[in-house]
Design a protein around this ligand. Sequence first.
Ligand SMILES: Cc1cc2nc3c(=O)[nH]c(=O)nc-3n(C[C@H](O)[C@H](O)[C@H](O)COP(=O)(O)OP(=O)(O)OC[C@H]3O[C@@H](n4cnc5c(N)ncnc54)[C@H](O)[C@@H]3O)c2cc1C
Length: 449
Amino acid sequence: MSDYDYDLFVIGAGSGGTRAARVSASYGAKVAVAEEYRVGGTCVIRGCVPKKMLVYGSHFSEDLEDGKNFGWTWDNAQFDWVTLRDKILADVDRLNNAYTDTLKNHDVEILLERAEIAGPHEVKLASGKIVTAKYILIATGAWPDVPEFPGSEYMSTSNEMFHLDKLPETVIISGGGYIANEFAGIFNGLGSEVTVVNRSDVILRGYDESLRDRLLQIALTKGIMYKFNCTFDKIEKREDGSLDVYMDGKTRPVQADVVLAATGRRPKIDGLGLENAGVKINEKDAIIVDDYSRTNVENIYAVGDVTDRVQLTPVAIREGQAFADTVFGDNPRTVDYQCIPSAVFSQPPIASVGLTEGEARNQYGNIKVYSSDFRAMRNVFADRHERSLYKMIVEHQSGKILGLHMIGPDAPEILQAAAIAVKAGLTKQAFDDTVALHPSMAEELVLFK
Ligand SMILES: Cc1cc2nc3c(=O)[nH]c(=O)nc-3n(C[C@H](O)[C@H](O)[C@H](O)COP(=O)(O)OP(=O)(O)OC[C@H]3O[C@@H](n4cnc5c(N)ncnc54)[C@H](O)[C@@H]3O)c2cc1C
């Protein structure tokens, strides 16, 4: 008999927590997981998945337009926000049930309530009950960081965007990261007037500069407006619920139905009781962990966004898996953070793996950059003047590919496969040796000159 109620208590049933709980239980551990909102976490409930559905939904406006050149006509095409929203929310319910079933099928006990740490081996539940566990895993994710200024409480976050009562006519988006640019594309595609307001003059920091420039150019052509080096002064709410947004010291406000704060996500540690066990955090509120996701307290671990290593779902899942393998699977494992592919589901999307041109120049000095700047066949046919850009960054001496960056239709779908080659350390020659698959956009990857 164990001295504890559970072998493992997981706080947060998101991407990382669910994987860790399920796999630990499959190794024979007695596991419970506490979830204060909905099983599945950010990705499934109010992140990647519903966002991607909105991207699909919004892209039909262009597809319908392009269809005319392919011989199709539509009479009076209409979009209904509530239909799309409710279909997405129903799909979220389906996934929520699927995640719940998976945990139950692995004998993981689910406690649908908030939990906080009460001591190194103790967890206090919202109901007041205290349970004990040999190991505690913190997998509480991250939370939108809303700037503070008069009226900023009227801003929405990505959490609320999936539940809007109606399609906003005007949307102002604060931020320049991937969430800001994705929602800009979504609402622009659905017919809203969109302005992205950024306090610097850079969008998508961390992505290759040529791709960021290309997205900006295309987004402007599509009608998305950008305000750079611009700050918010205050927001006032009108009687009809719309918002007066004051920016940059100007006395005249800009009117908006929705103002979205997409200004970053902070580790979710508020009220988590970390101090009760002495768990250390860094200056960005991230829980400090070692390569095995162990905190400074021997039996307390943390995975996913709350550790602010790489805030992506597949990374949280890998960290959860590695935790379970290490602690309960007798197979100590760390996560390899090199060459993690990532995407921005803007319109068109961006996908990237490895070093940007700037990073490669700084690290290697002598590099070669190959690029292909082309119009996808479909866009040519549709009279859509939207050019794709693929870039391959190669180490001069060895020919090894250091980075691959793409903007264009289906870029994330194409890049996932190419990322295997980059991760495996292949050279450009290996790409050149591969016969093109024609006609495709992806063939540009093996035709770089
Ligand atoms: C709009 C948006 C779009 C995104 N798009 C992508 C994408 O396209 N691709 C991608 O890879 N990533 C994307 N992400 C990021 C991705 O969702 C996260 O990286 C991922 O969900 C992190 O997993 P996690 O397990 O760390 O945390 P989460 O999935 O956030 O899970 C944490 C869970 O803990 C619960 N919780 C928190 N505190 C407590 C507590 N005290 N007690 C009980 N429960 C608690 C929360 O309710 C939540 O369910 C997106 C995020 C957002 C917001």
